[in-house]
Ligand binder design. Structure first.
Ligand SMILES: [Zn+2]
Length: 264
């Protein structure tokens, strides 16, 4: 798979940062991008891009390359709530202090980075402040506002887009809904737009990502007709809607109550 162009350019110029946050919605395969990045950095057959089929690339794909540490949220002995375990972060930090055994870099990929405890984040921060030479740490996050400021400020932020929405299936519709909401249009015209979206979870996530992108575009405009407060409120309502849909609450009902909350 192709990497975001900003990463490709950094690899070409040799200007690799030691820490990144790959931020993107649930529907964006951030882990796949992180693995491709690791291949591009470690593959010797096609350095800079990764051949995808040599021993190094295959090990990275299968998750058993000794120099690529992958951390994931897990349940604990005491709780079923999934989170990146403190012990796992401690082990990873120790591992990064040891020389790489196969290539010339140690890479750590922290999936579900949003779920790190404050203690784990704090330990990680020390490593981000003084990273061992050649180390690359990639934190995957659905919403980087869930990570402490101190971590965010030490990582380069890369936005990962959803592959299920490559040609912006809902981009126009989302922009229209955002415009209608900003213009205080009556609810029935917005409801009509929502009714045209398929009621599956996957479609809803793609639509919500497009809504968030539409609001982020407004933030970047020099003068937007939407107030910043309103944009932040909308983005947080979109996040609430995502969480409801993840908990299997009815898609259409959730989308409609979201637009009411944003407009209200
Ligand atoms: Zn390779």
């Amino acid at each position: 798979m192709s990497l975001p162009s900003i990463l490709e350019n950094q690899i070409k110029s040799g200007d690799i940062h030691h820490a990144y946050i790959f931020e993107g919605p649930l529907t964006a395969d951030k882990e796949k991008v992180a693995r491709s990045f690791a291949m591009a950095l470690l593959c010797r057959v096609e350095p800079g891009t990764g051949c995808g089929s040599c021993a190094t690339c295959r090990k990275i794909k299968d998750g058993n390359h000794l120099d690529v540490n992958l951390l994931r949220a897990e349940p604990s002995k005491y709780s079923k709530v999934l989170s990146v375990r403190d012990e796992a972060v401690d082990q990873m930090i120790e591992r990064l202090k040891v020389k790489p055994s196969e290539g010339d870099r140690n890479i750590a990929i922290i999936c579900d980075g949003d779920t790190m405890t404050p203690r784990a984040a704090n330990r990680l921060l020390k490593t981000l402040e003084e990273p061992p030479v050649g180390t690359v740490i990639v934190i995957l996050s659905e919403n980087m506002n869930n990570l402490p400021d101190t971590i965010r400020s030490r990582c380069q932020h890369i936005r990962i887009i959803s592959e299920s929405n490559p040609d912006g299936k809902y981009t126009e519709k989302a922009r229209k809904v955002v415009e209608l909401l900003a213009g205080y249009n009556n609810y029935s015209s917005i409801k009509k737009e929502i009714d045209k979206i398929e009621s599956t979870k996957e479609e809803a996530f793609v639509f919500l990502d497009s809504m968030e992108d539409a609001y982020r575009e407004e933030l970047l405009k020099i003068s937007s007709s939407i107030k910043r407060d309103q944009i932040f409120k909308a983005v947080s309502e979109i996040e609430i809607a995502r969480n409801k849909i993840k908990r299997n609450i009815n898609v259409k009902y959730t989308l409609k109550s979201m637009v009411l909350a944003i407009g209200g």
